[in-house]
Design a binder for this molecule. Structure first.
Ligand SMILES: Cc1cc2nc3c(=O)[nH]c(=O)nc-3n(C[C@H](O)[C@H](O)[C@H](O)COP(=O)(O)OP(=O)(O)OC[C@H]3O[C@@H](n4cnc5c(N)ncnc54)[C@H](O)[C@@H]3O)c2cc1C
Length: 496
């Protein structure tokens, strides 16, 4: 149990205050609200940390910059009902999230997002995937010819994954594999044509931008979820997005959603925490000494605490001024950790236009809109849902366009003239353009696992880190929860 007797750490605070520039801060120091631990960020990892620390008897304050909690768990009200534009899929292996849903009385339901068959648009032609091996556009060699052109990057990533256990990606024995997909393919002797194709389905940011170790972490965890669900490796016929296996094991299908939207979960967590969660509190500065810290928001409010936990993605933490003992290692990670993007256009399809043009409903392209997912409405006819899913380089490029939505719609019409007039925009979300996220998920560039990937989660003076980017073995929402368990142990042990 945490002992608060020696907690007022005034000497530390005066020290910290003295380090800070500007006359405004002195006022902030005097007015600072006191807590044992200040938690920055009200996404799943911040809220879960607060709940656990509260249970241990710590006085906590959660500072969330947005007008509501949830972060990358975001449910919109749309003309078509509730829509999750952030996390939604909950696998059978999501022990922590499932447990939290049970605790807060939230119901799970099998995901209803089965994808219709895929085609591939390549070099401005529709490719018949069944005859790809004999297609003159197929310049790959030997066995490569049989690999689906829209799955090359994923197929290579999966084939060479050396990780058996979930945390193997951090094992120094694999240090030589902290390389890009392109480097791996060159090493393994793939043809230039196969390397070119892999660019369209490279997991992560792109085939030069993301370390294989980072990609294999995600892949190994995905395989574990499939094992827990008793499923063999899926024989994929489409890129990205799992096929839901609706067979219930212990009441769960392989992919589940929270009834009413995923954001019900952070809402329930915040309701349990009560008024320690402060909204519209964007942190601008963390001033540390060895004994404590003062956290200042851009509205001038200040909070003093023995410990600070940052759950901010590093894309956001790098905008926060941090003063204290120099820590070049942490600074390097905060400054240079790359963030991937995803942008999605959610559509309703008034009539299944694929019946008119005879092409597969869904498709992947080598062009600027990435993937179009036609979603089965299970009745065969009538109104369907659809999504344009942009990831990696495609998503990075779309973020640069002010006219993203009209551009994507016009590109869809160009590729599928039969869709003209039949697509209605329900929502659009570009995570790189979200001012409180600036990306959808962390990445590690080739060489960065070796440079800082193994150690950057260690505390910097009294500043501790959680959040999905500090995962060791899990992924998605589970990694946010995993990270909060670790950080709470760190703080509790240190507090004595
Ligand atoms: C499009 C998309 C789809 C996804 N799909 C899935 C899925 O199906 N299944 C799955 O398991 N996972 C999925 N994920 C991943 C999952 O959403 C994340 O791993 C998880 O929600 C991250 O939680 P977090 O607490 O680490 O970070 P966040 O949710 O990012 O929380 C950080 C919080 O910090 C706040 N903040 C930022 N700057 C400041 C500041 N200066 N001061 C104070 N607060 C600040 C933000 O507003 C945010 O609330 C998806 C993510 C995205 C983007």
């Amino acid at each position: 149990m945490f002992d608060r007797r020696d907690f007022l750490m005034n000497a530390g605070l005066i020290g910290a205050g003295a380090m800070l520039p500007g006359a405004g801060l002195a006022k902030g120091v005097l007015a600072a609200e006191k807590a044992d631990v200040v938690i920055i960020g009200g996404g799943l990892s911040g809220l879960n940390s607060a709940l656990m620390l509260g249970d241990l008897g710590f006085k906590v304050v959660v500072l969330e910059a947005g007008a509501m909690v949830g972060g990358r768990v975001k449910t919109l009200d749309t003309s078509e009902g509730k829509l999750d534009v952030g996390a939604s899929q909950i696998g059978r292996g999501y022990a922590r999230i499932i447990d939290a849903c049970m605790k807060f009385g939230l119901k799970l339901t099998p995901e209803d997002r089965d994808l219709l068959p895929f085609g591939f648009r390549y070099k401005d032609q529709w490719i018949d995937l069944k005859t790809w091996a004999d297609n003159p556009l197929n310049k790959t060699v030997g066995d490569e010819r049989k690999i689906s052109p829209m799955l090359m990057g994923q197929a290579v990533t999966s084939k060479w994954n050396p990780c058996k256990e979930l945390s193997d990606w951090l094992d120094p024995a694999l240090a030589s594999q902290d390389i890009s997909l392109r480097q791996l393919m060159v090493q393994k002797g793939y043809s230039p044509a196969a390397i070119e194709l892999a660019a369209y389905s490279a997991p992560g940011i792109g085939m030069d931008e993301t370390s294989m170790l980072r990609m294999w972490q995600e892949e190994t965890r995905g395989a574990a979820d499939r094992r827990i669900g008793g499923r063999e490796r899926e024989q994929r016929d489409h890129p990205f997005g799992e096929t839901n296996d609706h067979n219930a094991i212990d009441g769960l299908s392989s992919i589940n959603n929270i009834v009413g939207g995923t954001q019900q979960l952070p809402f329930a967590m915040a309701a349990k925490l009560g008024d320690v969660v402060r909204l519209n509190k964007r942190v601008g500065r963390i001033a540390m000494s060895d004994k404590g810290a003062i956290v200042t928001c851009i509205d001038g409010s200040a909070y003093q605490a023995r410990f600070v936990i940052s759950s901010l993605p590093f894309s956001m933490l790098r905008e926060v001024e941090i003063t204290g003992a120099p820590n070049p290692h942490a600074r390097d990670a905060i400054t240079h950790m790359p963030y991937a993007n995803t942008a999605r256009l959610y559509l309703s399809v008034e009539k299944p236009f694929w019946k008119a043009d005879g092409l597969p409903a869904s498709f992947s392209t080598d062009g600027p809109i990435g993937m179009f997912w036609g979603i089965d409405n299970h009745t065969g006819e009538g109104k369907h849902r659809a999504m344009v899913v942009m990831v990696g380089k495609v998503a990075q490029a779309i973020s640069q366009r002010a006219d993203a939505v009209p551009f994507v719609l016009s590109e869809l019409e160009r590729l599928r003239p039969a869709s003209k007039g039949l697509l209605k925009v329900v929502a659009y979300k570009d995570w790189m353009r979200d001012p409180l996220q600036k990306g959808c998920g962390f990445s590690l560039a080739p060489g960065q696992v070796n440079a800082f990937g193994r150690d950057f989660i260690k505390p910097w003076q009294v500043l501790h880190f959680c959040g999905e980017h500090t995962r060791r073995s899990d992924y998605g929402m589970e990694s946010a929860m995993e990270s909060s368990e670790r950080v709470v142990l760190e703080v509790a042990e240190r507090a004595g």
